[in-house]
Design a protein around this ligand. Structure first.
Ligand code: LLP
Length: 419
């Protein structure tokens, strides 16, 4: 459910007609709905009502905008961060350091130091080597770092290969069969308070079954580790719940997810941690774009829009589907290819799709663009970095300015020895 609806034939974000935002900010522009974000945050927490001890750390990578983080901080969320930059954002948004989980497969020594200095709640270790390094750094700083060991459960998440993380051949976590041994060795190190296990098998999951299989395996491992005399007080179950991108698609609800978690983990006696991203932010945002022109094609016309793969990379990267709807639909439809202006064929949002009929100058939106949208934008073809707006009822604010090509050019230098 979201708050992007038609009123008097015009698509609104909450009470604001989208043309009003474009008139002031231009296009393309991401627009987020505060009410939708808040609703998704609360529905997720409600779904976990059957879990007595928990901490929910929002996956910052899905939408790191400062205003989004502030909103979620106020809803009681911590942050799952994967770089020093994300940690700095979470702190800037007002998140408590002890609510921050520092994940990521390649944290540098400088990032480990930064996290320790900031008082990060938990480092999710991706290898024994990283654990040894963290222990050494923390001991040298005269402190102890809290950590969990990420385990690769070798479970197929059944999602797109590029966003699967839990198969043995993926780069994430330590192999399941070696995890208890590694845990025992790391738990003995001064400088480290190893307090639990972490797992995340992939993103945009359409079924709870692989999650249940992974959590069940983690429960067995947890008991094995306790049986060898080591303490496990925290279990981080990651993120991954998918969201519908196409009208009519069905995905597991947070309530169904929460019920499954409560059933599988009921006797664990551990604090559970969660790292949801897409399920909070996905349907909370749209990318508004303007049709530049419609160009006849051999098979179907090309609707050339002013958004491109640099603004929304998901279709080019993962063949992802984003619904495309006109802001002021006439009721007529057309079959078209939707493409951006960038000079490669991967800059294609849809081929041969039946869409609202649009013509030059019309506004349209790509829906479900609140997760992994603006954050994956870049400036390819020397295009601007796309701006972001948040709507709250009948008011709205720019929450990330458009970075114009001139500003990017100004950061570049020609060495004098080229002259
Ligand atoms: N925790 C960890 C350790 C992760 O790697 C991720 C996502 C999450 C949590 C959050 O997963 P979510 O709840 O959002 O599914 N760019 C891709 C998605 C990459 C996901 C990476 N990891 C896309 O646009 O589909």
């Amino acid at each position: 459910m979201d708050h992007f609806t038609y009123r008097d034939g015009v698509l609104h974000a909450e009470d604001v007609p989208l043309p009003q935002i474009v008139a002031a900010v231009g296009s393309p522009v991401y627009v987020y709905s505060r009410a939708t974000l808040t609703r998704h945050a609360r529905v997720f927490l409600e779904g976990l009502g059957g879990v007595p001890q928990k901490h929910v750390a929002f996956a910052v990578k899905s939408n790191p905008n400062l205003a989004v983080l502030r909103l979620l901080a106020r809803e009681g969320f911590g942050a799952d961060c994967v770089s020093g930059g994300e940690v700095a954002r979470a702190l800037a948004a007002g998140m408590a350091p002890e609510g921050i989980v520092f994940s990521g497969v390649g944290k540098t020594a400088a990032e480990l130091r930064q996290g320790i200095a900031a008082g990060i709640g938990q480092f999710n270790l991706e290898s024994e080597e990283e654990g040894v390094e963290l222990a050494q750094i923390a001991a040298a700083m005269g402190t102890t770092a809290r950590a969990a060991l990420r385990v690769n459960p070798d479970v197929d998440a059944g999602t797109h290969g590029k966003i699967s993380t839990g198969k043995a051949e993926n780069k994430f976590g330590v192999p399941y069969d070696r995890a208890a041994g590694i845990y025992g060795r790391l738990a003995a190190l001064p400088g480290l308070e190893l307090r639990g296990l972490a797992v995340h098998i992939g993103s945009q999951l359409a079924s709870l079954d692989p999650l249940e299989a992974a959590f069940t395996k983690m429960g067995v491992l947890m008991q094995d580790i306790r049986a060898q005399g080591d303490s496990v007080s925290h279990m981080d179950l990651g993120g991954g719940i998918g969201v519908p991108y196409r009208a009519g698609e069905e995905f597991p609800s947070p309530a169904a997810y929460g019920a499954m978690v409560a059933r599988v983990t009921g006797n664990w006696g551990a604090t559970l941690m969660f790292e949801p991203g897409r399920v909070i932010t996905g349907n909370s945002g749209v990318l508004v774009t303007r049709v530049i022109r419609v160009k006849p094609g051999v098979v179907a016309p090309f609707v050339v829009v002013d958004a491109a793969m640099n603004d929304l990379a998901r279709p080019a990267l993962y063949d992802a589907w984003h619904d495309f709807v006109a802001v002021e639909p006439s009721g007529a439809q057309m079959v078209a290819n939707i493409v951006g202006p960038i000079c490669e064929s991967s800059d294609t949002f849809a081929m041969g799709r039946t869409i609202d009929a649009v013509g030059p100058g019309d506004l349209a939106v790509f829906r479900t663009a609140g997760a992994y949208g603006a954050t994956m934008a870049n400036t390819y073809n020397s295009r601007a970095l796309v701006p972001e707006v948040m709507v709250d009822g009948d008011r709205w604010a720019v929450v990330a300015e458009r970075i114009e090509p001139a500003a990017i050019l100004a950061a570049e230098r020609v060495p004098e020895w080229l002259d």
